[in-house]
Design a protein. Structure first.
Length: 176
């Protein structure tokens, strides 16, 4: 049994160790990590699955701001679950909770790099046919999800590292 909560002070080291176990120590060489260098994850959208019994961190999900042209979007990930606890619904619980929280916070666009076979169940679809590009990533692994109707309409091109802060504009959050 577990709860989903936002990260708390002191969780950081345990999350790093969990990510190393889930992805292997070379994980930071992944291209998608360049979007995370010198950019903090969004604190109100950084979640852990925490064991009710002893508070152990069983899973982690973070979101990072990125830019697509003048528009803001969220980069979802990493998502990881303690390897010995895979297949118990922890990943799905983090995904549903995280996407719901992002929608409540009025984010409308989410992208990620991952397996469509896993992420389709949460509403993700291939992003390349929508005209979205993430240099260095295999196009079929770039996925997108709209949290508001037609959120990606007229939003295409290269996904870029977030240049600054997000401001609220017509049609949702935009890169400042
Ligand atoms: C991917 C991950 C987060 C899923 O977490 P989880 O708690 O095991 O997932 P859930 O219990 O919610 O769902 C399990 C289901 O997803 C499926 N699944 C898991 N990873 C999958 C993948 N990469 N592609 C397709 N299906 C996948 C399982 O086969 C299982 O299917 P079933 O419900 O038909 O039995 C977890 O396996 C993990 O941490 N993997 C290592 C890190 C990783 O690859 N993260 C994702 C980056 S793309």
């Amino acid at each position: 049994m577990f709860d989903i909560t936002t990260e708390r002070p002191g969780d950081g080291t345990r999350i790093e160790l969990l990510l190393n176990r889930a992805f292997g120590p070379g994980r930071k060489t992944k291209k998608s990590y360049r979007y995370r260098q010198s950019v903090d994850p969004l604190a109100d959208l950084s979640f852990v699955a925490r064991a009710k019994a002893d508070g152990a961190i069983l899973g982690t999900l973070r979101f990072w701001p990125v830019a697509i042209g003048a528009h803001g979007a969220l980069l979802l990930g990493p998502l990881a679950v303690e390897p010995k606890l895979k297949g118990q619904g922890i990943g799905a619980a983090l995904m549903f909770h995280g996407l719901d929280a992002a929608a409540w916070a009025r984010h409308s666009r989410v992208v990620l790099v991952g397996d469509l076979d896993y992420y389709a169940r949460f509403g993700f679809a291939p992003a390349a046919p929508m005209g979205l590009v993430m240099p260095g990533e295999q196009p079929h692994r770039l996925l997108a999800c709209e949290l508001a109707k037609d959120a990606f309409q007229g939003v295409s091109g290269e996904i870029r590292r977030h240049p600054g802060r997000l401001v609220r504009g017509r049609g949702g959050l935009m890169a400042a």
